[in-house]
Design a protein around this ligand. Structure first.
Ligand SMILES: [Zn+2]
Ligand SMILES: [Zn+2]
Length: 197
Protein backbone atom coordinates (compact mmCIF):
# COMPACT_ATOMS: atom_id res chain seq x y z
CA UNK A 1 0.00 0.00 0.00
CA UNK A 2 1.57 3.28 -0.98
CA UNK A 3 1.84 6.07 1.54
CA UNK A 4 -0.83 8.22 -0.04
CA UNK A 5 -3.38 5.46 0.21
CA UNK A 6 -3.21 5.53 4.01
CA UNK A 7 -5.39 8.66 3.99
CA UNK A 8 -8.08 6.40 2.58
CA UNK A 9 -8.24 4.72 6.00
CA UNK A 10 -9.27 8.04 7.56
CA UNK A 11 -11.96 8.68 4.95
CA UNK A 12 -13.22 5.15 5.25
CA UNK A 13 -13.46 5.36 9.05
CA UNK A 14 -15.19 8.76 9.00
CA UNK A 15 -17.67 7.51 6.42
CA UNK A 16 -18.85 4.61 8.58
CA UNK A 17 -20.98 7.25 10.37
CA UNK A 18 -23.28 7.28 7.33
CA UNK A 19 -22.38 8.34 3.82
CA UNK A 20 -23.43 7.93 0.22
CA UNK A 21 -27.07 8.44 1.11
CA UNK A 22 -27.05 5.73 3.75
CA UNK A 23 -27.61 7.15 7.22
CA UNK A 24 -26.96 3.92 9.09
CA UNK A 25 -23.96 3.91 11.45
CA UNK A 26 -21.83 1.00 10.22
CA UNK A 27 -19.47 0.94 13.19
CA UNK A 28 -21.63 -0.14 16.10
CA UNK A 29 -20.28 -3.63 16.74
CA UNK A 30 -17.31 -5.92 16.11
CA UNK A 31 -18.73 -7.15 12.80
CA UNK A 32 -18.75 -3.57 11.57
CA UNK A 33 -15.14 -3.20 12.66
CA UNK A 34 -14.16 -6.45 10.92
CA UNK A 35 -15.77 -5.19 7.71
CA UNK A 36 -13.82 -1.94 8.02
CA UNK A 37 -10.45 -3.72 8.02
CA UNK A 38 -11.39 -6.77 5.95
CA UNK A 39 -9.13 -5.93 3.01
CA UNK A 40 -6.11 -4.81 5.08
CA UNK A 41 -4.26 -7.95 6.08
CA UNK A 42 -1.99 -6.32 8.66
CA UNK A 43 -5.01 -4.75 10.41
CA UNK A 44 -7.29 -7.70 10.02
CA UNK A 45 -6.24 -9.52 13.17
CA UNK A 46 -8.28 -10.14 16.31
CA UNK A 47 -10.45 -7.10 16.97
CA UNK A 48 -11.72 -6.23 20.44
CA UNK A 49 -14.33 -4.04 22.06
CA UNK A 50 -11.51 -1.60 22.97
CA UNK A 51 -10.59 -1.26 19.30
CA UNK A 52 -14.19 -0.45 18.51
CA UNK A 53 -14.40 2.23 21.21
CA UNK A 54 -11.07 3.79 20.21
CA UNK A 55 -11.96 3.92 16.55
CA UNK A 56 -15.37 5.41 17.24
CA UNK A 57 -13.65 8.18 19.20
CA UNK A 58 -11.11 8.66 16.43
CA UNK A 59 -13.93 8.85 13.92
CA UNK A 60 -15.31 11.92 15.69
CA UNK A 61 -11.84 13.52 15.61
CA UNK A 62 -11.54 12.86 11.89
CA UNK A 63 -14.97 14.32 11.29
CA UNK A 64 -13.93 17.51 13.12
CA UNK A 65 -10.77 17.69 11.01
CA UNK A 66 -12.73 17.43 7.74
CA UNK A 67 -15.25 20.01 8.97
CA UNK A 68 -12.43 22.45 9.76
CA UNK A 69 -10.97 21.87 6.30
CA UNK A 70 -14.37 22.35 4.68
CA UNK A 71 -14.78 25.63 6.58
CA UNK A 72 -11.43 26.78 5.22
CA UNK A 73 -9.97 26.92 8.74
CA UNK A 74 -6.48 25.61 8.03
CA UNK A 75 -5.14 26.57 11.47
CA UNK A 76 -7.79 24.53 13.26
CA UNK A 77 -7.42 21.60 10.87
CA UNK A 78 -3.63 21.54 11.30
CA UNK A 79 -3.89 21.84 15.10
CA UNK A 80 -6.30 18.90 15.20
CA UNK A 81 -4.06 16.78 13.01
CA UNK A 82 -0.99 17.71 15.06
CA UNK A 83 -2.75 16.62 18.24
CA UNK A 84 -3.61 13.29 16.59
CA UNK A 85 -0.02 12.84 15.38
CA UNK A 86 1.17 13.12 18.99
CA UNK A 87 -1.47 10.69 20.23
CA UNK A 88 -0.77 8.13 17.51
CA UNK A 89 2.99 8.00 16.93
CA UNK A 90 4.41 6.07 13.99
CA UNK A 91 7.24 3.54 13.96
CA UNK A 92 7.67 2.86 10.25
CA UNK A 93 8.71 -0.61 9.13
CA UNK A 94 9.23 -2.18 5.74
CA UNK A 95 6.90 -5.08 5.29
CA UNK A 96 6.44 -7.65 2.54
CA UNK A 97 3.68 -9.86 3.86
CA UNK A 98 1.32 -11.98 1.75
CA UNK A 99 3.54 -11.93 -1.30
CA UNK A 100 3.23 -8.14 -1.65
CA UNK A 101 6.17 -5.98 -2.73
CA UNK A 102 8.04 -4.23 0.08
CA UNK A 103 5.94 -1.40 1.47
CA UNK A 104 5.86 0.75 4.55
CA UNK A 105 3.65 0.09 7.54
CA UNK A 106 3.48 3.12 9.81
CA UNK A 107 3.50 0.95 12.88
CA UNK A 108 3.62 -2.78 13.55
CA UNK A 109 3.00 -2.66 17.27
CA UNK A 110 -0.08 -2.25 19.40
CA UNK A 111 -3.72 -3.10 18.89
CA UNK A 112 -5.70 -3.06 15.67
CA UNK A 113 -6.97 0.42 16.62
CA UNK A 114 -3.42 1.65 17.34
CA UNK A 115 -2.21 0.50 13.93
CA UNK A 116 -5.27 1.80 12.15
CA UNK A 117 -4.97 5.20 13.86
CA UNK A 118 -1.24 5.61 13.22
CA UNK A 119 -1.69 4.77 9.54
CA UNK A 120 -4.76 6.94 9.01
CA UNK A 121 -3.40 10.00 10.84
CA UNK A 122 -0.02 9.88 9.13
CA UNK A 123 -1.77 9.23 5.83
CA UNK A 124 -3.83 12.38 6.28
CA UNK A 125 -0.72 14.42 7.15
CA UNK A 126 1.05 13.20 4.01
CA UNK A 127 -2.00 13.92 1.88
CA UNK A 128 -2.49 17.41 3.37
CA UNK A 129 1.06 18.40 2.49
CA UNK A 130 0.63 16.86 -0.93
CA UNK A 131 -2.76 18.31 -1.93
CA UNK A 132 -3.47 21.23 0.42
CA UNK A 133 -6.14 21.56 3.06
CA UNK A 134 -8.80 22.89 0.68
CA UNK A 135 -8.96 19.43 -0.90
CA UNK A 136 -10.56 17.94 2.23
CA UNK A 137 -14.21 18.45 2.97
CA UNK A 138 -17.60 17.20 4.08
CA UNK A 139 -20.41 16.09 1.80
CA UNK A 140 -22.88 18.87 0.96
CA UNK A 141 -25.82 16.51 0.40
CA UNK A 142 -28.62 17.01 2.92
CA UNK A 143 -28.32 14.75 5.94
CA UNK A 144 -25.10 13.07 4.78
CA UNK A 145 -22.23 12.53 7.24
CA UNK A 146 -19.76 11.67 4.49
CA UNK A 147 -16.31 13.20 4.02
CA UNK A 148 -13.97 13.19 1.03
CA UNK A 149 -10.55 14.01 -0.33
CA UNK A 150 -10.85 15.86 -3.63
CA UNK A 151 -8.29 14.54 -6.10
CA UNK A 152 -10.08 15.92 -9.16
CA UNK A 153 -8.13 18.24 -11.43
CA UNK A 154 -10.89 20.86 -11.26
CA UNK A 155 -10.96 20.96 -7.42
CA UNK A 156 -14.74 21.26 -7.39
CA UNK A 157 -15.80 18.18 -5.49
CA UNK A 158 -18.65 18.72 -3.02
CA UNK A 159 -20.05 15.27 -2.37
CA UNK A 160 -18.78 12.07 -0.77
CA UNK A 161 -20.04 9.91 -3.61
CA UNK A 162 -21.68 9.90 -6.99
CA UNK A 163 -24.86 8.82 -5.28
CA UNK A 164 -24.96 11.96 -3.11
CA UNK A 165 -24.13 14.16 -6.09
CA UNK A 166 -27.05 12.68 -8.03
CA UNK A 167 -29.43 13.03 -5.08
CA UNK A 168 -28.42 16.66 -4.59
CA UNK A 169 -28.82 17.44 -8.29
CA UNK A 170 -32.27 15.88 -8.34
CA UNK A 171 -33.48 17.84 -5.31
CA UNK A 172 -32.01 21.09 -6.64
CA UNK A 173 -33.84 20.44 -9.89
CA UNK A 174 -37.09 19.78 -8.03
CA UNK A 175 -36.68 22.88 -5.90
CA UNK A 176 -36.16 24.94 -9.03
CA UNK A 177 -39.15 23.36 -10.67
CA UNK A 178 -41.35 23.98 -7.63
CA UNK A 179 -40.44 27.66 -7.51
CA UNK A 180 -41.07 27.94 -11.25
CA UNK A 181 -44.48 26.35 -10.71
CA UNK A 182 -45.29 29.20 -8.35
CA UNK A 183 -44.27 27.64 -5.05
CA UNK A 184 -46.87 24.89 -5.23
CA UNK A 185 -45.51 22.10 -3.08
CA UNK A 186 -48.69 20.15 -2.53
CA UNK A 187 -49.36 19.08 -6.11
CA UNK A 188 -49.91 15.32 -6.56
CA UNK A 189 -46.68 15.18 -8.57
CA UNK A 190 -44.56 16.65 -5.82
CA UNK A 191 -46.14 14.35 -3.26
CA UNK A 192 -45.39 11.33 -5.43
CA UNK A 193 -41.81 12.49 -5.98
CA UNK A 194 -41.25 12.95 -2.30
CA UNK A 195 -42.48 9.45 -1.64
CA UNK A 196 -39.75 8.13 -3.94
CA UNK A 197 -37.04 9.94 -1.97
ZN1 LIG B 1 0.93 -4.22 4.40
ZN1 LIG C 1 -22.67 12.17 0.90
Amino acid sequence: MDLNSYAELAVRLANTAGSGGEDRDRLTNLDGLRALVADREHLNTGVTRNDLDSLRALRAEFRAFFVACGDGDGEDAAARLNALLIQHPVHPQLSGHDGQPWHVHYTESGSVADKYAAGAVMGLAVRVTDLGIDRFGVCQAAGCQGVFVDTSTSNTRRYCSERCMNRANVSAFRARKRSEDGGETKSPDAAAEQAIE
